[in-house]
Design a protein. Structure first.
Length: 216
């Protein structure tokens, strides 16, 4: 699984590698749990020799996950691991969650999960383009921002110009570009937006503000 993340064609920053005396204690451990639960990444588990990433075979409703679901979930959690390795932290996550929602880390992980899973399996199990603006902003930080920055679908147009859906006029960014613009320590939703606009030329750039503002 980490092979796809580290050596795939997406240009993603890999999870941090440990060397020397820290290699055994702090290497990344991924646990497969054959039961219901919510998959997660807990960075502090490394200090108690426990798996930092746990992926469950059944969702919280007790429904079996197929191989594509498990693959996507694992990629999602690896995106968190790599983001934390770039300087984002549990403290920043808690701060984001308290002030609004953890939109930055979760939107990033959702986007990586979508792109990598879609490229490997040819499809993605959830239609994130069917979400209204309200359902997106009520979704505890799990927004389709990265998807909207990459793809060329305008949800408002797809849904017959229904203003309940995002008017997504942005397209053409790559996962590598969005990865390289990710803020690390003390980074914010808005600093990510600024770095994306400053680092890259894109003909749809003038509409980037709309997506960040709408999903905030």
């Amino acid at each position: 699984m980490t092979y796809f993340y580290d050596y795939g064609r997406w240009g993603l920053t890999p999870p941090p590698r440990r060397t020397g005396i820290r290699k055994l204690k702090h290497r990344l451990h991924i646990a497969g749990k054959d039961k219901s639960g919510r998959s997660h990444y807990f960075t502090f588990n490394s200090f108690i020799w426990s798996a930092q990433v746990a992926v469950y075979s059944k969702n919280t409703k007790g429904e079996e996950e197929d191989s594509r679901d498990i693959f996507g979930t694992t990629i999602h959690e690896l995106a968190h691991v790599a983001h934390w390795g770039m300087g984002y932290s549990t403290g920043q996550f808690v701060l984001d969650a308290l002030t609004s929602d953890p939109k930055l880390p979760e939107s990033w992980a959702v986007g990586v999960e979508w792109k990598v899973t879609k490229d490997i399996y040819g499809s993605y199990p959830e239609d994130l383009q069917s979400y209204t603006i309200k359902s997106i902003t009520d979704n505890k930080g799990y927004t389709p921002l990265v998807i909207d920055l990459i793809d060329d679908e305008n949800q408002k147009v797809t849904h017959y110009n229904n203003s309940a859906y995002p008017d997504d006029k942005v397209s053409g960014y790559t996962l590598k570009q969005l990865n390289d613009a990710l803020p690390g320590a003390l980074g914010s939703w808005w600093s990510w937006r600024t770095k994306i606009k400053e680092k890259y030329n894109n003909s749809t750039e003038e509409n980037v503000d709309y997506l960040f503002r709408t999903y905030n």
